[in-house]
Design a binder for this molecule. Structure first.
Ligand SMILES: Cc1cc2nc3c(=O)[nH]c(=O)nc-3n(C[C@H](O)[C@H](O)[C@H](O)COP(=O)(O)O)c2cc1C
Length: 168
């Protein structure tokens, strides 16, 4: 699979088999995430792999959708704003950019090895902060369910290449 094929293979999977994910696949994903670039190499992130049923139930309450409940794993992707690079000229904090790159490594690595995933940011962030303890200084940026897809890949709807690119 070349990179474009991988980009096409990744989609927002909203139907999972309950089958657990093999340890070597999780190890591969962890390593791909750790290779993500970040501003000034600060790596202001942590990832919590959740497979325990009780802990998963806490996350399900924070994103109360039936489709996520079969996923055998959810990764809580966390950013550390205090550690992230801040651009001196305008004070822009780069934590959001850094975590997005690392999470995209995660979902692309998962797709490469046949696993489904879905970016989830529409979770109840205050509830998660209250009910799912995270390392000090970290906040949850995205929940990523992981597992074997139970359904068909959904079609991509994208703006035309010509619409989003210009050359000067
Ligand atoms: C930052 C971000 C947040 C998202 N949050 C959610 C979400 O909370 N729930 C959901 O079902 N999908 C979520 N998505 C998935 C998008 O809806 C999806 O990526 C988009 O429709 C394109 O479809 P595709 O991923 O299948 O190519 C999110 C995607 C991104 C990149």
């Amino acid at each position: 699979m070349n990179f474009k094929e991988l980009c096409e293979a990744r989609y927002s999977c909203r139907a999972y088999e309950t089958k657990p994910i093999e340890d070597e696949k999780l190890k591969y994903i962890r390593e791909c995430v750790s290779l993500a670039p970040s501003a000034v190499n600060r790596q202001p992130w942590k990832f919590v792999l959740v497979t325990d049923a009780t802990q998963l139930a806490v996350l399900h309450r924070c994103y109360n959708r039936e489709w996520i409940k079969n996923a055998p794993a959810i990764v809580v992707c966390c950013q550390q704003r205090d550690e992230a690079w801040v651009r001196p000229c305008d004070g822009k904090n780069h934590a959001d950019i850094d975590i997005a790159i690392a999470v995209e490594h995660l979902v692309l690595a998962a797709a490469e090895i046949g696993l489904g995933s879905c970016w989830v940011c529409n979770f109840d962030a205050p509830l998660l902060a209250q009910t799912f303890p995270l390392p000090q200084g970290f906040e949850a940026s995205a929940l990523i369910p992981l597992g074997y897809p139970a359904g068909e890949k959904t079609a991509k709807k994208r703006k035309a290449v010509e619409e989003i690119w210009e050359t000067r």
